[in-house]
Design a protein around this ligand. Structure first.
Ligand SMILES: Nc1ncnc2c1ncn2[C@@H]1O[C@H](COP(=O)(O)OP(=O)(O)OP(=O)(O)O)[C@@H](O)[C@H]1O
Ligand SMILES: [Mg+2]
Length: 227
C-alpha cells in the first residue's frame, strides 16, 4: 500500500485494485486545544474521533446510495478506521462546496449589511471556495472555475444540483432526529469519464447543526446522528 497524501485528519493510500484508502485519524482541526471545523490546522487529538467520523460518513453515504445518489464510497473497516473509495481527481488544488440553509458565520460577516444572522435561505444557497490555507480559502464563482480551466460549466451544474439534493437528504435526516441543519461543506471530485461525484467524508465537523436553538458541538452531534 502506497501512501499518496498526508492530510490533516486523514491519510490517503493507493490500493492495488486501483481504489483509494482513506485512514481516519484522531486529529481534529482547531486552535489552542479547542475544536473548530473552520480552522486550517490540527489543534487537538480526540481519542476515537476518527472512527466516529468514519461511522458518520458510512451512515450518510449509505443514505445517499439508497436515495439513488452515486458517491465514491465502496466499503469500510471500522476497526482499522479505514474507508475504501473510488479514485477521483479533485478540482484544481481542492475545492470545497458549501450549502447554506440558514445565513450565519462567514456569510453574515460578508453580507451582514443585507441579511440578519439566522435568516432562512429557502431551498439552499451554494458557494464554492478553494482549499488554500495561505489565502484563507477564498471564494470562487462558477465563471471563475470555468475561466481557470478547473471545470466545465456542465460539471459545475452537476456539482451544484447534487449539492442541493444531498443537503436536502441530510437536513431531512437531522430534522427527523430533532435537529436543524444550518450549513454543510462537501468535496466533489471527478472520474476518468468526467462524471462528478461526492468524495471525502460527511461527518459532524463538516456541518453546523442546531438543537433547541443551540449550536451542537461535533461530539454531541455525532452521538445524536448515530443514536
Ligand atoms: N475519492 C478520493 N480520491 C482521491 N482523493 C480523495 C478522495 N476522497 C478524498 N480525497 C482527498 O483526501 C484528502 C483527505 O485529507 P484530509 O481530510 O485530512 O484533508 P486536508 O486535505 O488535510 O485538508 P482539509 O482539512 O482542508 O480538508 C483530501 O485532500 C481529499 O481531497
Ligand atoms: Mg478534509
Amino acid at each position: 500500500m502506497k501512501k499518496i497524501y498526508t492530510g490533516k485528519t486523514k491519510d490517503v493510500f493507493e490500493l492495488e485494485n486501483g481504489n483509494v484508502l482513506l485512514k481516519f485519524k484522531d486529529d481534529c482541526t482547531g486552535k489552542d486545544g479547542k475544536f473548530d471545523p473552520g480552522e486550517n490546522a490540527v489543534g487537538l487529538t480526540i481519542e476515537g474521533i476518527g472512527r466516529e467520523n468514519l461511522k458518520t460518513s458510512i451512515y450518510y453515504f449509505n443514505l445517499l446510495k439508497n436515495a439513488g445518489i452515486k458517491t465514491h464510497f465502496v466499503s469500510a473497516n471500522i476497526e482499522d478506521a479505514t474507508m475504501e473509495v473510488l479514485p477521483a481527481k479533485v478540482f484544481g488544488h481542492g475545492l470545497e462546496v458549501i450549502c447554506r440553509l440558514v445565513a450565519t458565520g462567514s456569510f453574515v460577516r460578508r453580507y451582514g449589511k443585507y441579511i440578519a444572522d439566522g435568516t432562512d435561505l429557502p431551498g439552499g444557497y451554494v458557494e464554492t471556495t478553494f482549499k488554500d490555507d495561505a489565502l484563507g480559502d477564498p471564494l470562487v464563482t462558477k465563471d471563475g472555475l470555468v475561466v481557470l480551466n478547473i471545470m466545465t460549466p456542465e460539471m459545475y451544474d452537476s456539482m451544484k444540483a447534487q449539492t442541493l439534493e444531498i443537503t436536502k437528504i441530510v437536513a431531512a435526516d437531522l430534522a427527523k432526529k430533532g435537529m436543524k441543519l444550518y450549513d454543510i461543506k462537501f468535496e466533489f471530485g471527478y472520474a476518468k469519464n468526467g462524471e462528478v461525484i461526492l468524495i471525502d467524508e460527511i461527518a459532524s465537523g463538516n456541518m453546523r447543526v442546531y438543537k433547541d436553538g443551540k449550536l451542537l458541538d461535533p461530539m454531541d452531534l455525532t452521538k445524536l446522528i448515530l443514536a
